[in-house]
Every structure is written in structure tokens, then in C-alpha cells.
Design a protein around this ligand. Structure first.
Ligand code: 13P
Ligand code: SF4
Length: 298
């Protein structure tokens, strides 16, 4: 059984397995911890193991590597990228910064190490409002790469940001019509959506939450049925933690192919062959670390 082999190899390698809430259910089940981007970034700084196997997408493993230069960080399939993170390059950000001298550069954690290295501070969907509130009101703000998370927080804060036009192709597939249909089918059920969703979708939802926020909401809510507007991998965890509640996906095409690239097979192979190691050149890592640490300090 692959699960048993993974368990054995984990001990032999002194490894810990971290999995994002969107990964396959069977991968979440063998992980030591599952969480959202913020929870996993924090955990990466707290675990004692000498090896971190990161089940998620590349920028997440890269963030863990930046925070732990002395640890071995492995990703089972290095081709698991995030199309949103790849929508802005370091050069494009440098050009944008040159057009807005003196602006505070903020990046969503869904960004490459090179982009983080150009930024003053990072945010995740779980802490964006709190982090943005630390930036003085008289400063201009550049926010990359997600225009949807950026516009969501900018509206909450009541100030304009210079937004980069990036977006998540998976969340862009959710429509206000799909939410209306789900509400018609499950009257009274609260609708949770991720802030990466487009504005018209966010506007018709009851809550806009990170995946960790959705897990907390599900635990604390008295609702028996909850409509979930994000990548469908999270349904596994929601159902496992709340067996008496019904979780309904808001849309039927909400799958991030990259989050599904980690399988039990490549996870076992990763531990067996100690591959693929994620590392970031120290000069870039040192600059990116400043932006991530500034976020973690808030
Ligand atoms: P969170 O789990 O931090 O809410 O992020 C969602 C996401 O798209 C990660 O790629
Ligand atoms: Fe990137 Fe969207 Fe997939 Fe998250 S769900 S990894 S933002 S493409």
C-alpha cells in the first residue's frame, strides 16, 4: 500500500508532509497538516523535521524553501505551477514600480520568488485586510498579481490600489448565475466564495473567505447546508471535519489542474528518491524573505 510506504519513508527521511486544502483527498489524508497558504507558510517555519514535502503548487513550496534555507523542501511534481503567479514577471513589476516611484509594492503570496523579492510586503487571502491596514493611508499602493483579491481588499479599505490584471483561471469560471442556481436549489444555505472570484460573484455571496476561513466557518456555523465557491478539493476536508453537514459546490468546473498533480504515487516517489528539491538563489531568497517576514509579523 502506498499509504504505508509513505508513512515508513516519512519516518526514515525525518520528513513532514504539508498539503494545501485543494489537493486530492487521498493526499490530504496522508499529510501531517493541511491548510491554506497562510497556515502552511506559518507551519513551514514551525516544524522540526529536516525535510518538508510540499503538496500544493510551486510558489508554496518556494515560500517554504525561502523561510527555511537550512531544510530540504521537496515538491512531488515540480510542474505544478500557478498560472496566476506566472501572470507577472520581475521585469514587469520593476517597470510598474518605476512608473509609481515611492509606492508600497504588495504581492499576493501566489507569486514567484522573483516577484516577492521586488515587494515590500506579502499578503494571503487569509490576512490581506489586516496586512493592508498597516500601510499608511498617504502611501500609494501597487498590488500584484491578483486583481480580484486586490479590488476586494481595496473596497474594504476604501482606498484605491494600482492593480495588476492577473487572475486565477479556476476561480474566474465561477459565475453569479451558478450562485443563483445553487441558492434556488438549496434555499437558505449560506454561500462562501474565495476572494479570488470575480466581483459580480463576490457581490452575491454571503462570505468572502480564504480556504482556512471556510473551514472555520463550517465548524462554527449552525447551517446544515453550505454552498462552497472555490476549488473543489476543499470539499474533502469540509466533509471529513463536518460529517453531519452538506457541502455543495457552487460551480461544476472549479478544479485547479495543478493542485491535482500531486498523487500518492509521485508523493511516495518524492520521499523515496528525495526529489524534486526546491531552492531559491540566496540573493533572491533574502529579499523575498523580508516581504514574507513583514507579513508574518503582522
Ligand atoms: P488560500 O488557501 O490561502 O485561501 O488560497 C487559495 C489559493 O488559490 C491557493 O492557490
Ligand atoms: Fe493558482 Fe488558482 Fe490554482 Fe490557486 S487555484 S493555485 S490561484 S490557479
Amino acid at each position: 500500500m502506498l499509504e504505508e510506504e509513505i508513512e515508513r519513508l516519512k519516518k526514515e527521511r525525518d520528513a513532514v508532509i504539508l498539503a494545501h486544502n485543494y489537493t486530492r483527498g487521498e493526499v490530504q489524508d496522508v499529510a501531517d497538516h493541511t491548510g491554506d497558504s497562510l497556515e502552511l507558510a506559518r507551519l513551514a517555519t514551525e516544524v522540526d523535521a529536516s525535510v518538508i514535502v510540499f503538496c500544493g503548487v510551486y510558489f508554496m513550496a518556494e515560500t517554504a524553501a525561502i523561510l527555511n534555507p537550512s531544510k530540504t523542501v521537496l515538491i512531488p511534481d515540480p510542474s505544478a505551477g500557478c498560472p496566476m503567479a506566472d501572470m507577472i514577471t520581475g521585469d514587469q513589476l520593476r517597470e510598474l514600480k518605476a512608473k509609481h516611484p515611492g509606492a508600497v509594492a504588495v504581492c499576493y503570496v501566489n507569486s514567484t520568488a522573483e516577484v516577492k523579492a521586488e515587494c515590500d510586503i506579502c499578503v494571503t487571502s487569509g490576512n490581506a485586510e489586516k496586512v493592508m491596514a498597516t500601510i499608511p493611508r498617504d502611501r500609494e499602493i501597487i498590488f500584484v498579481p491578483d486583481r480580484h483579491l486586490g479590488s476586494h481588499v481595496s473596497a474594504l479599505e476604501g482606498r484605491e490600489y494600482v492593480l495588476w490584471p492577473g487572475y486565477c483561471p479556476t476561480h474566474a469560471r465561477l459565475t453569479a448565475k451558478a450562485i443563483a442556481d445553487a441558492r434556488a436549489q438549496y434555499p437558505g444555505a449560506p454561500v462562501l466564495v474565495h476572494p479570488e472570484c470575480p466581483k459580480d460573484v463576490r457581490d452575491v455571496a454571503d462570505e468572502r473567505l480564504s480556504t482556512g476561513g471556510m473551514c472555520r466557518y463550517a465548524r462554527e456555523s449552525s447551517a446544515g447546508t453550505i454552498i462552497v465557491g472555490t476549488e473543489t478539493g476543499i470539499l474533502h476536508r469540509l466533509r471529513k471535519e463536518n460529517p453531519s453537514k452538506l457541502f455543495v459546490p457552487a460551480g461544476d468546473r472549479m478544479v485547479c489542474p495543478n493542485m491535482k498533480k500531486t498523487t500518492l504515487e509521485n508523493l511516495a516517489a518524492s520521499l523515496r528518491e528525495m526529489k524534486t528539491r526546491v531552492s531559491v538563489p540566496e540573493e533572491t531568497a533574502a529579499k523575498a524573505r523580508r516581504a514574507i517576514d513583514a507579513m508574518l509579523a503582522v
